[in-house]
Design a protein around this ligand. Structure first.
Ligand SMILES: [Zn+2]
Length: 505
């Protein structure tokens, strides 16, 4: 299907000093549009209602009952009968850091209804932050882009290759200074990836010191925790402790009970989060709607003794066996991609342990671990503390990269009725916007940015699979970013209204 723009009967050019979120001057060039007959689900969790929304100069100019908004002369009237109209989705954990420059139209993202992506998660961020955000502005992608500063990124800069140890006070001061610079250049907070190099080797004290600096700039702390498996509860406790001692909000990334040893622990984890909030802290989490994760082969062996058969056997045991591990990025032998570790072992006539050690000797691989349990995923999804994030992005080898948000709306809301539509929309809009302090979006209200999604609740569905992870979703009818249509009739329109979003000092 070819890209298409609607007829523009009236184009209003307007230079607007945006005061809504103090985001600075922006130039908006988009027609006045009246979206009518939609079921408006405003992102707050309030019940949907049949109504209409006036979009002018990239902002929402009016919201009302059917027929209540005076028709401005020349406005384009768009009939959204049968569709749900919501704020654009804010993906607080997105890995399109490089992909957004290769594919600025971001079809796999806007086709899900994503209008703002947040990069820099898991401890790895662009650097320098200011240069990255300037590059985004120069590129003008279809979506807005914000970033966090990565703990791993500043740790690598301060310690170089000698990172397999705790940092000295001097090095922590160096990292702290780098966090300060990043925050002043527009980062929204500090992210960590404590299962990965080099974050794995950091002490809690190091993280508290850096988080304090992020707090001083109004930021939050987001963590891929130290452990999502045997040590899950300790890892949650550490994340909460960092929030308490550094005095800032905490976001737990892609919350999960990562293997059989912690299946059934979701309620306990959520209890810890609820208790932290009851004690006055601000702790939330995000989740992708799948029972399989994607990471590096190294993550399976917690002791990091990748050539020790006992350690490897223990690691494979803990995830429930080699058939739960799918190799998806093994460069020395790409024909093995898609196979389970158990299948590769059979093909090679080796044990699973020897196969693992062989793959690691040859550089490792991206893997998908089919190790989560539906009941835990459900429990996290029902929680008021948990929002949706993709942990994917452009070119993701996991179907979450192209399917996350429609999968929640299709599989979890419509097919299973696990959560209500309003709750699912809140998880994708106002919750992440609030966590990011993006007060100009995430809710349909007068004065907010006209980042909007119209979808068919009866058909919306993800299509991406582990064997075809890039398949775009269906049922997302139209997506607007700052009032400009970026997705319509199953294709990108070619419009690129996106820009960098910078946290204010
Ligand atoms: Zn992660």
């Amino acid at each position: 299907m070819t890209a298409r723009r609607p007829a523009m009967w009236l184009i209003v050019t307007w230079t607007l000093l945006s005061s809504a979120a103090g985001l600075g001057a922006q130039t908006v060039d988009s027609p006045t549009r009246l979206l009518v007959n939609a079921t408006v689900v405003d992102g707050t969790g309030s019940p949907g209602f049949t109504g209409e929304v006036l979009v002018r100069d990239g902002l929402i100019a009016a919201v009302g009952d059917p027929g209540s908004i005076p028709r401005p002369a020349g406005a384009e009237v768009i009939d959204l009968s049968g569709l749900v109209l919501t704020p654009g989705f804010v993906d607080i954990h997105n890995h399109s850091t490089g992909g957004i420059f290769r594919d600025p139209l971001a079809a796999t993202q806007v086709s899900q209804g994503i209008t703002t992506i947040v990069v820099g998660a898991d401890g790895g961020s662009p650097w320098p932050i200011g240069d990255f955000l300037d590059r985004i502005d120069a590129t003008r992608p279809a979506v807005d882009v914000a970033t966090l500063v990565g703990h791993g990124t500043v740790r690598r800069a301060a310690l170089g290759d000698d990172f397999r140890r705790t940092a000295t006070d001097l090095e922590i001061a160096d990292m702290t200074e780098r966090v300060a610079v990043a925050m002043s250049e527009g980062a929204y907070g500090l992210s960590s990836g404590l299962e990965y190099d080099p974050g794995f080797y950091s002490s809690t004290g190091e993280l508290v010191a850096l988080a304090r600096e992020a707090a001083a700039h109004g930021g939050f702390y987001m963590s891929h925790m130290r452990d999502e498996e045997e040590g899950l509860l300790d890892a949650v406790a550490e994340a909460i402790r960092i929030g308490r001692e550094a005095g800032l909000p905490v976001q737990i990334s892609h919350i999960k009970a990562g293997n059989a040893s912690v299946w059934g622990k979701a309620a306990e984890v959520l209890g810890m989060i609820a208790a932290a909030n009851a004690a006055g802290l601000d702790v939330t989490a995000d989740q992708y709607p799948y029972t399989a994760w994607q990471s590096g082969l190294a993550i399976v062996v917690r002791s990091r003794q990748f050539q020790n058969p006992d350690s490897v056997a223990a690691g494979i045991d803990a995830i429930g066996g080699g058939e739960r591990l799918q190799v998806v990025g093994y460069d020395p032998e790409p024909t093995l991609n898609g196979l389970r570790l158990s299948e590769i072992a059979t093909r090679k006539g080796l044990s699973e342990v020897d196969t693992y050690m062989l793959l690691m000797r040859n550089g490792g691989s991206r893997v998908i671990g089919h190790t989560m349990n539906d009941d835990d995923v459900d429990e996290f999804m029902r929680s008021r503390w948990v929002m949706t994030s993709s942990d994917g992005g452009i070119g993701s080898p996991h179907p979450r990269g192209a399917g996350t948000f429609p999968r929640v709306l299709g599989h979890y809301v419509r097919e299973r009725g696990l959560i209500g539509l309003e709750q699912a929309v809140r998880r994708a809009t106002s919750m992440p916007a609030r966590r990011m302090s993006l007060n100009d979006r995430g809710v349909i209200r007068v004065g907010a940015r006209a980042d909007l999604v119209a979808f068919d609740a009866a058909t919306v569905a993800d299509r991406s699979t582990f064997s075809d992870p890039g398949l775009t979703a269906v049922g997302i009818d139209r997506v607007w970013v700052a009032g400009e249509l970026v997705w319509a009739e199953g294709a990108v329109t070619g419009a690129r209204p996106g820009k960098a979003v910078r946290a204010l000092p």
